[in-house]
Design a protein around this ligand. Structure first.
Ligand code: NAD
Ligand code: IPM
Ligand code: MN
Length: 351
């Protein structure tokens, strides 16, 4: 029995995690997976019921699980509050030690017209952002006063090395190219980053490495996105570039992610998007990013690559059939999108 902890969180989180759970249940019976689901609280929902964005009970359930599937955290009621829902997610990433965040960006043919970019630019885009997730400016010491404030950006050699290895290993299974993104013309952390990545690259002579400054990378990501294979970058640059990359497939609602730590520790799987308060509770959220995150969970943490592939294929078929939510220019509801995926999954397995 594999233990999966579901953390729906806030806003559209419960809607998209509910949809992904049903898809996982369908995959579970089709592939005899024996998944046991538990649920926990995180974010604004947790602050309301216990005062903490990551209650100890949730942290314990996460540590004891094989994998965690999270929706999103964040609620406008807590803008400017002392304790923010987002702190729960950061604490969970840190607690699980998930230092490598994989964010694949795939422009499927059925989505070419959903992208605000010209189809010929987006065609063939298949890139992977490997974002360092538990270090850098997010986790450095903070000082917060009314007249002065600071956030320390700190990286150790070891933190850079281990995430770089993840990127090079991934590139080996893809097109064999890593683009490391930094701001080495200004930042000391970036200069060390670049040196350490170059050293790690020597262990991977079969992988090609190049370096880009983050401002230029932001430009190339929309001007010539198909030049990228694996983008390796630090925590905050990865956060920003991954939202930018979401315009390639056309919507935030399409990007899944996997956050991985040491071998054997539970992985954390979540869509790249947030709690989307503007569309929460009306059944309009695109569940594909969370469903694809569940597929990544099956592949990376639960040892079921077949079931993962079947779910990814079913999402693709649903989109080819034209089942698109409003963010992709369609009219489908969250429910309809989920039902289409389950239907295609069952059809594919029956064949
Ligand atoms: P957001 O990603 O929630 O929304 C940005 C835009 O994309 C909105 O217009 C939203 O409607 C749309 N969108 C996002 N996901 C969608 C989906 N699945 N289907 C259809 N449309 C979708 O970003 P934001 O508005 O800047 O942030 C809202 C809250 O979410 C904030 O509190 C933020 O801190 C939090 N947040 C959480 C996470 C996370 O939990 N991993 C990630 C990003 C933002
Ligand atoms: C993300 C989010 C989070 C981040 C926030 C909610 C803390 O934007 O997962 O991309 O910045 O990492
Ligand atoms: Mn983000």
């Amino acid at each position: 029995m594999r233990r999966v902890l579901l953390l729906p969180g806030d806003g559209i989180g419960p809607e998209v995690v509910g949809a992904a759970r049903e898809v996982l249940e369908a995959a579970s019976s089709a592939f005899d997976l024996e998944l046991a689901f538990e649920e926990g609280e995180i974010g604004a929902a947790a602050i309301r019921s216990s005062g903490e964005p990551l209650p100890e009970e949730t942290a314990r359930l996460a540590r004891e699980s094989d994998a965690v599937l999270l929706g999103a955290v964040g609620h406008p009621d807590f803008d400017g509050a002392e304790v923010r829902p987002e702190a729960g997610l950061l604490a969970l990433r840190r607690e699980l030690g998930v230092f490598a965040n994989l964010r694949p960006v795939l422009a499927l043919p059925s989505l070419l017209s959903s992208s605000p970019l010209k189809p010929e630019l987006v065609e063939g885009v298949d890139l992977l952002i490997v974002r360092e997730l538990t270090g850098g400016i997010y986790f450095g010491e903070k000082e917060e006063g009314t007249e002065r404030a600071s956030d320390l950006c700190l990286y150790s050699r070891e933190e850079v090395e281990r995430v770089a290895r993840v990127a090079f290993e991934a590139a080996r299974l893809r097109k064999g190219r890593v683009t490391s993104v930094d701001k080495a013309n200004v930042l000391a952390t970036s200069r060390m980053w670049r040196r350490v990545v170059a050293e790690v690259a020597k262990e991977y002579p079969d992988v090609e490495l190049d370096n880009l400054l983050v401002d230029a990378a932001a430009m190339f990501l929309v001007r010539e996105p198909s030049r990228f294979d694996v983008i390796l970058t630090e925590n905050m640059f990865g956060d920003i570039l991954s939202d930018e990359a979401a315009v390639l497939p056309g919507s935030m609602g399409m990007l899944p992610s996997a956050s991985l730590g040491e071998e054997g520790s539970p992985g954390l799987f979540e869509p790249v998007h947030g709690s989307a308060p503007d569309i929460a509770g009306i059944g309009r959220a695109n569940p594909y990013a969370t469903i694809l995150s569940a597929a990544m969970m099956l592949r990376y943490s639960l040892g079921s690559p077949e079931a993962a592939g079947a779910i990814e294929g079913a999402v693709r078929s649903a989109m080819e059939e034209g089942v698109l939510t409003a963010d992709l220019g369609g009219q489908a509801t969250t429910q309809e999108a989920k039902e289409a995926v389950i239907r295609h999954l069952k059809q594919a397995v029956a064949r």
